[in-house]
Design a protein around this ligand. Structure first.
Ligand SMILES: NC(=O)c1ccc[n+]([C@@H]2O[C@H](COP(=O)([O-])OP(=O)(O)OC[C@H]3O[C@@H](n4cnc5c(N)ncnc54)[C@H](O)[C@@H]3O)[C@@H](O)[C@H]2O)c1
Ligand SMILES: CC/C=C\C[C@H](O)/C=C/C=C\C=C\C=C\[C@@H](O)[C@@H](O)C/C=C\CCC(=O)O
Length: 267
């Protein structure tokens, strides 16, 4: 039996889609002939990305919607707008996230990465569920390798990413997911060459505890840096292979892509 989910005509909502990995995901989905709503807090970059992608993949296949994922009103409005514009939603990529470990910004890291992603997960479960007019589909939450491995330089960030992994784990075994045939998986990349990564590599001390740039540089050299295209290939594999459900996909330059299960044992 063919277990490939054809992306042609499928509708995807990608948060943080204006730049970095989210923009790469949007482009990979459009190349596979899906329709994409990019939702992002950054209007200037969002509008520019929308215009660029429309030129390449057709005006009718791409839309940008301004959205701060920490706002319940704005986030729900994006789901409504995407459904109205494209006739439904099949794929949600909860990708928007930030780094920040200082006294001034650590709580914002929790608000965006943890509360924002949970909000996106709850909305995705609602809009994909058959009982609320959805048609099932696939949710991919973007966590990080630091959500799995201890990382002394960014404990707040790592903790939010561990939270995203666990939230996904809980929804995977939910009746709601089973009833509506909703697949959920988590992507855990190591370093990826994006604006966020470049700020870190250039010495942005607000993203680490103590701002120890020598340690950051050593980590980067040890782990290597993926391109956004490489991570997008991993996303498309999760989306198109319908056997992929309840999985963590770890992606790193030196070790490649490795799948493991989200749930360890039935009790
Ligand atoms: N770059 C890496 O090395 C790396 C590695 C592992 C995981 N990640 C994760 O991947 C995701 C994407 O990161 P990136 O490196 O592409 O970052 P990025 O900063 O390059 O892009 C993130 C996008 O999210 C948007 N955004 C930020 N806060 C938002 C909010 N409150 N609401 C809506 N949009 C918001 C930004 O405007 C930006 O367009 C993040 O969740 C990040 O934690 C990144
Ligand atoms: C590009 C990420 C920007 C900021 C993330 C965070 O605030 C800062 C992290 C600083 C150093 C991380 C070192 C991690 C080393 C290892 O634990 C490794 O397993 C993690 C791999 C990638 C981390 C990148 C990420 O998750 O965003």
């Amino acid at each position: 039996m063919d277990r490939r989910m054809h992306l042609v005509g499928k509708v995807a909502l990608v948060t943080g889609g204006a730049s970095g990995m989210g923009c790469g995901f949007a482009e990979a989905l459009l190349k596979a002939a899906a329709k994409v709503c990019i939702a992002d807090i950054n209007v200037e970059t969002g509008v520019a990305t929308e215009s660029d992608l429309r030129q390449q993949y057709g005006h009718e296949n791409v839309m940008f919607s301004k959205c701060n994922i920490t706002s319940a009103t704005e986030f729900e409005a994006v789901f409504k707008r995407t459904k109205e514009a494209f006739g439904g939603i099949d794929i949600v990529v909860n990708n928007a996230g930030i780094g920040g470990e200082t006294d001034e910004n650590w709580e914002q890291t929790v608000d965006v990465n943890m509360k924002g992603t949970l909000r996106g997960l709850r909305l995705a479960m609602y809009y994909l569920s058959v009982e609320h007019g959805g048609r099932g589909g696939c949710i991919v939450n973007v966590a990080s390798m630091t959500g799995l491995n201890p990382n002394p330089l960014s404990p707040v960030y790592g903790c939010t990413k561990a939270g995203i992994i666990h939230a996904t784990r809980c929804y995977v075994v939910s009746e709601a997911a089973k009833k509506s045939n909703i697949r959920l998986n988590v992507l855990c990349p190591a370093f990826v060459d994006t604006p966020m990564f470049r700020r870190l590599a250039a010495g942005d001390a607000t993203q680490t505890i103590g701002g120890d740039q020598t340690a950051v540089t050593a980590f980067i050299e040890r782990i290597g840096v993926l391109s956004t295209e490489e991570v997008s290939v991993a996303l498309i594999d999760i989306l198109t292979d319908e056997t992929r459900n309840g999985l963590i996909l770890r992606c790193a330059k030196k070790t490649g892509n490795v799948y493991s299960t989200l749930t360890v044992q039935d009790v």
